[in-house]
Design a binder for this molecule. Structure first.
Ligand code: SF4
Length: 398
């Protein structure tokens, strides 16, 4: 599948999520069915088949597993990490002919942008998208830029796009002189963006996660909530007046993560009442009220290191994806590690990739058939790469 954006003629499709795995919208990564014969989930030989296919591919394949993947998939990952670490790991393995990306679609796109042309990136299930990335389409963002032009502020605006965005949005960012950021370096990205214009004049258009943008601007750069406005792509003019756009320092896109956005300040109060001396540690994709009620906030990699370094016997409530929290609880039996919300929630799109899909994609590669390949058009990839390269020059914060 050629993406980003998407196969020719699909640009600007409405972002509404289709039912995953249902229907057959072949022009979208969402809602597609597996184009092959999947092994049955109850096949008792699945693990052995995965081992055999992996061994047969040897160094010709490199399997990446995002931290939010299921244990049964992570077990076959050559490396586990967050989205950016995985893209870098893929780029560092030029000898691998196939990069099997067990994560979601935008991550596979970034891997394709950063790897050599000779490498082919495969995602075991094309329906593994990201609801947050889907909240900002290229057409919507181009329209928003027109609004900024009409308000007379576009020259002062620097786009900063979260890694969790399509390659088309990354390319938009590169074309307009902006940078990509991760949850580990969002502060550095904002510092760079605000410093790239004469003092006090810069504004940032932060895409597509309003929460990461707001939390970083307010808690790490010291901006006020009043410095931030939310641009709603579903309302005329983003739902903002020209005056609001001119006064704002941070123009936050109205997007969010459907997993991290579920946590509430009431969850924090509840866990504190249940577990004495609990440390509440949340991801910056959580809402501002949650982040301010927590004890610590940080990226996936920060959460992992904080728990590695935590004292035996300490108690932790973690506000991030459930597969990772469960794995951390297993890894640290000497610490009490619980999910922040009593109602547990996986990332449903990450979970699309399971052992049957992994076995199927590996066995197809063994048979010489490249399935579910993700490629980014060269013109899109060039600008996306420019924005990613700008990020690579930023210092890591956390
Ligand atoms: S956890 Fe949130 S941001 Fe990450 S892939 Fe799932 S929906 Fe997207």
């Amino acid at each position: 599948m050629t993406t980003s954006a998407g196969p020719a003629g699909t640009e600007g499709l409405p972002a509404a999520l289709l039912l995953l795995g249902r229907d057959s919208d072949l022009s979208s990564e969402r809602g597609v069915e597996c184009p092959g014969e999947l092994p049955s989930p109850s096949d008792p030989d699945l693990v052995e088949r995965a081992r055999a296919a992996r061994a047969a591919l040897g160094e010709r394949a490199f399997v990446l597993g995002h931290h939010y993947q299921r244990d049964e998939v992570i077990a076959f990952a050559d490396v586990a990490g967050d989205s950016f670490k995985l893209a870098q790991e893929a780029a560092a393995r030029p000898e691998a002919e196939y990069v099997v990306f067990c994560g979601v679609h935008f991550m596979a796109e970034s891997a394709d942008v950063l790897t050599a042309d000779t490498q082919q990136v495969v995602i075991p299930d094309l329906a593994a998208g990201c609801s947050m990335a889907d909240m900002a389409t290229l057409e919507q963002v181009e329209d928003a830029w027109e609004v900024l032009v009409e308000a007379g502020v576009a020259e002062d605006v620097v786009p900063v796009s979260y890694m969790n965005s399509s390659a088309a949005i990354k390319a938009f960012t590169g074309r307009h002189g902006g940078t990509i950021c991760t949850s580990s370096n969002a502060r550095s990205a904002l510092d760079w963006a605000f410093g790239s214009r004469p003092a006090g004049s810069a504004k940032v258009l932060f895409l597509p996660d309003q929460h990461l943008g707001r939390n970083t601007a307010v808690l790490e750069l010291g901006l006020s909530l009043d410095d931030c406005v939310v641009f709603d792509p579903h309302r005329p003019g983003g739902g903002l007046t020209g005056r609001q756009l001119r006064d704002a320092r941070m123009i936050l896109w109205r997007g969010h993560c459907s997993v991290h956005g579920r946590f509430t300040a009431a969850n924090v109060a509840d866990v504190r009442s249940r577990i004495p001396d609990v440390n509440v540690l949340v991801h910056p994709e959580c809402r501002h009220e949650v982040v301010t009620a927590a004890d610590l906030v940080g990226s996936t990699e920060f959460i992992i290191s904080a728990l590695d370094a935590a004292a035996p016997g300490s108690a932790w409530a973690i506000g991030t994806e459930l597969n990772l929290v469960r794995r951390l609880a297993t890894r640290h039996p000497d610490k009490r590690i619980v999910y922040l919300d009593r109602t547990v929630c996986f990332c449903s799109t990450m979970n699309r990739i399971d052992l049957p899909h992994l076995v199927w994609s590996l066995e197809q590669l063994v048979a010489g058939r490249v399935v579910n390949r993700i490629t980014v058009r060269p013109d899109v990839a060039g600008w996306a790469r420019a924005a990613l390269d700008r990020m690579l020059a930023l210092p890591k914060t956390r």
